[in-house]
Every structure is written in C-alpha cells, then in structure tokens.
Design a protein around this ligand. Structure first.
Ligand SMILES: *Cc1c(COP(=O)(O)O)cnc(C)c1O
Length: 429
C-alpha cells in the first residue's frame, strides 16, 4: 500500500481480507491462543516463530490497526498501547534507563511533562527541557554523554508551537540519538515526521485518530531508519543479548526495521502490560477510516474560528499556527501545508476570571479535559491539565493563566462562531 495516497491508507490500510473473510476487521476478543504442541508454543516464546499466545503482549486486532497507522506514518513497525501516556513512556523507556538523560522540548502536553519531570525522574532518568525556539547552539549544549533520545511534539498541546523537526533531528543525529516525535495533533494526514528526519513517532490515538471520544489509546511507530548498531554501547539494550528474553539480540534477529518495536513488545508489554483492548482498537479503526475527511473539516473550522476571534476586540490574543501572522505560521507552512489542527488558543480580555466566565456561557462547545474530538470542546489549562505547574513552568510550556484552549469539532463553523459571540456578549468587561 506504500504507493497509495493517505486517504486510501486511512480507509483500507493494514487489512486485506482474503476470499470469504470479513470486510470489516474482526475483533479477536480472546486473551489466549491455542497450540497443538508445547514445542509449537515454545518457538513463539523464543521469538523464533511469529504468532499470538497471550493478549497482554500482542493481539491480532490491535496489530491490524497498528499496521494501518504504520502505513499512514510510513514506518516499518508499530504497536498500539493502552493510552498516549503509555506510548510516550514506552517510547522513551525502551531505550533509556536509570542514569540516562533525554533532551525534550519544553512545549509539550502537560501529562507528558509530568511523566518526564516527575515520574521518570524518580526512575533515575534525567530530562533537560529546551525551548522549541532555541538556537542550534542552545540545543546542542543540552546534550550529555548519557543522552539517549530527543523528544518533541509536531504541534504542541496546548501551546500550539510548531516544532522545527529538521532542526531537532539534525541535533539528535549529530549526537547519535533518535528523535521521538509526538504527532498527536497533526496526525499523519497533515504531517509525517519521518519525512523530515524523525526516527520514532508516538500518538495519543484518543484524540483525532479515534476522534469520537470513544476509546483511550496510544501508538508507537518506528521508521526503521535509526541505526542502533552504529552505537552498540549506547544502545546495548538493542544490540546485545536480552537475557530476560532467551538471549535474543533484537537488532540481529529483527533488523533495524523491527528491533525497536519487538523489544518494546517483548520486554515492556510483557512486564508492564499496557495493551490496548481489541474492542478499543476496533473503535480506533472506525475513526481512522474517516480521519482524512475529519481533519480537513477540523482545520477549516479552526481557521474560521481563529479569524473570527482575531477580529473581535474582546479577545486579547489568538494563537493558531494556520493563521497568517502567527508566530509559527512559517513553520506550519513548511511542515503542515495542508492544515494544522482544529485547536485554537486565545486569551479573553480580563484574564483568568473572564476566560472562565466566557466558557460557562458556551452552548455548543462543552468544557472538557478532552480535545481533538468531533464535538467542539474547550478547556482552561491553567486550572485543569497544567494546574501542577507554577507560573514559571507554565510560561516555559507556553501556557498563560488566561489561555482558553478551544478545540473545533466538525460542526458548522458559522454555528461555532455564533456560539462564541453570544458567550462573549454575556461577559462583563
Ligand atoms: C492527550 C495527549 C497525550 C496523552 O494521551 P492519553 O491518550 O490521554 O494518555 C499525549 N500527547 C498529546 C499531544 C496529547 O494531546
């Protein structure tokens, strides 16, 4: 399917039924799989044969949907996880352990920030956060001998900064480490980070990919391009025998195209068990079938709402990378020429209190922690997702106290704008 357009891959990727087989992907709701002899099963445990034995590690429905996302991103291997958080954690933990270090953009999802700065730090992994706008010199200065990866978001949630993926890839590769990109907000419909030098992509499939608020999930895709064997000591976990898995050396047995995802499955899924349920994977696949159509509408609505807000004098500022004059407009034109996302950030004049008052009066957009859904929704990050951060950390994450994150759904743009106007009319300025 690699030569087909993204729209066709959204609808048909990952699954080609044979004669008389179901047209829609089957939900294999089974924890376990049957074998005739113990030696048949033994070969699976030794990773000598491929097949299923227990759904904590792999499930056919999940693998079918992972294969579709793999095709969408242009990767060589992929796995689903139970959530976007699990995807971010596995993507980094697969190659970084206690004593190691990771360079991350400071403009990332609040949950990822907590995962890195608090929980993974407790595991002994140190993170240096750099501004996405840093110079090459500042970026290079963040690396240490024990650095194992670089992390960033294509379009950051909720700051809506656009990452200069080529700049980050160049620095990562100059220091012999992979670039991991969270591509949740852009989706592969609008940006494919591998085409710009990224090595691994993660997703919260909970967002646009599912798109209907139906199932929490995540995904990791490997480009197969990062050559771990060039740095056998730094990436000993992939290049030397894994004694916990019958002495398999992942790069030797599975090649560059399969080593990283096989290790994450065989080791991390086995031990941490963050598999997506087959039912959720089925719902995710329904979402993927219309991803290209929905993304187009999300982006049209995002731009229309951003323009209307920019023209309203009760709004102090608007951030939307697809809006001409936005700080990230040029980077968006480069990396996301067909559209960015449906999320618009803005400040209501009068600050925090006015923002909360405005949101209360919205009738179409609901106040939700969620984002990137077919139904419009909004959130005040400073009092919700980012409430653990102090003002300094908020500023580094690109979140001001008056910021409203407005996620345009796929309703009528005219109705969304009218709803925003009537809510602003009710605010006392
Ligand atoms: C929501 C989100 C996550 C976390 O995903 P969950 O599915 O909620 O665990 C990670 N990254 C980004 C950019 C997100 O928006």
């Amino acid at each position: 399917m690699s030569n087909l357009n993204i729209e066709t891959k959204c609808v048909q990727g990952g699954y080609t039924p044979g004669n008389g087989e179901p047209r829609q992907i089957p939900i294999i709701q089974s924890t376990t799989f049957k074998y005739a002899t113990s030696s048949d099963m033994g070969k699976l445990f030794d990773l000598e044969a491929s097949g299923y034995f227990y759904s904590r590690l792999q499930n056919p429905t999940c693998d079918t949907v992972a294969a579709k996302i793999c095709e969408l991103e242009g990767g060589t291997a992929a796995m689903l996880t139970s959530s976007g958080q699990a995807a971010s954690f596995f993507a980094v933990f697969n190659i970084a352990s206690a004593g190691d270090h990771v360079v991350s953009s400071s403009s990332i999802y609040g949950g990822t920030y907590n995962l890195f700065a608090v929980t993974m730090k407790r595991m002994g992994i140190d993170f240096t956060f750099v501004s996405p706008d840093c110079t090459e010199e500042e970026l290079n200065a963040a690396f240490r001998p024990e650095t194992k990866a670089v992390f960033g978001e294509t379009i950051a949630n909720p700051a809506l900064t656009v990452l200069d993926i080529e700049k980050f890839a160049k620095a990562a590769h100059a220091h012999g480490v992979p670039l991991i990109i969270d591509n949740t907000f852009a989706t592969p419909v609008n940006c494919r980070p591998f085409e710009w030098g990224a090595d691994i992509v993660t997703h919260s499939t909970t967002k646009y990919m599912d798109g209907h608020g139906g199932a929490v999930g995540g995904c990791i895709v490997d480009s197969g391009k990062f050559d771990w064997t060039k740095y056998p000591e730094k990436f000993a976990c992939l290049c030397t025998p894994d004694e916990s898995y019958h002495g398999v050396t992942y790069t030797e047995r599975f090649g560059l195209e399969g080593a990283y995802i096989t290790k994450a499955t065989a080791q991390l899924m086995r031990d941490l068990g963050s598999i997506q349920s087959p039912q959720s994977a089925f719902l995710l696949n329904l979402g993927l079938e219309s991803l290209h159509v929905r993304m187009q509408r999300h982006c049209e609505n995002g731009l229309a709402v951003a323009k209307a807000l920019a023209a309203d004098d009760r709004i102090s500022w608007v951030t939307y990378p697809g809006l001409e004059g936005d700080k990230y407009y040029d980077l968006a034109q480069k990396y996301l020429p067909n559209g960015t996302c449906g999320v618009v950030s803005f400040g209501v004049k009068g600050g925090r209190a006015a923002a909360e008052e405005f949101m209360k009066h919205l009738k179409i957009a609901a106040i939700e922690t969620h984002v990137a859904d077919a139904r419009s929704c909004c959130l005040h990050p400073a009092s919700a997702t980012h409430r653990q951060m102090n003002d300094e950390e908020l500023a580094a994450a690109g979140v001001s106290p008056d910021l409203v994150r407005f996620s345009c759904g796929i309703e009528s743009a005219e109705d969304l704008i009218a709803d925003i106007k009537q809510a602003l009319d009710k605010v006392q300025f």
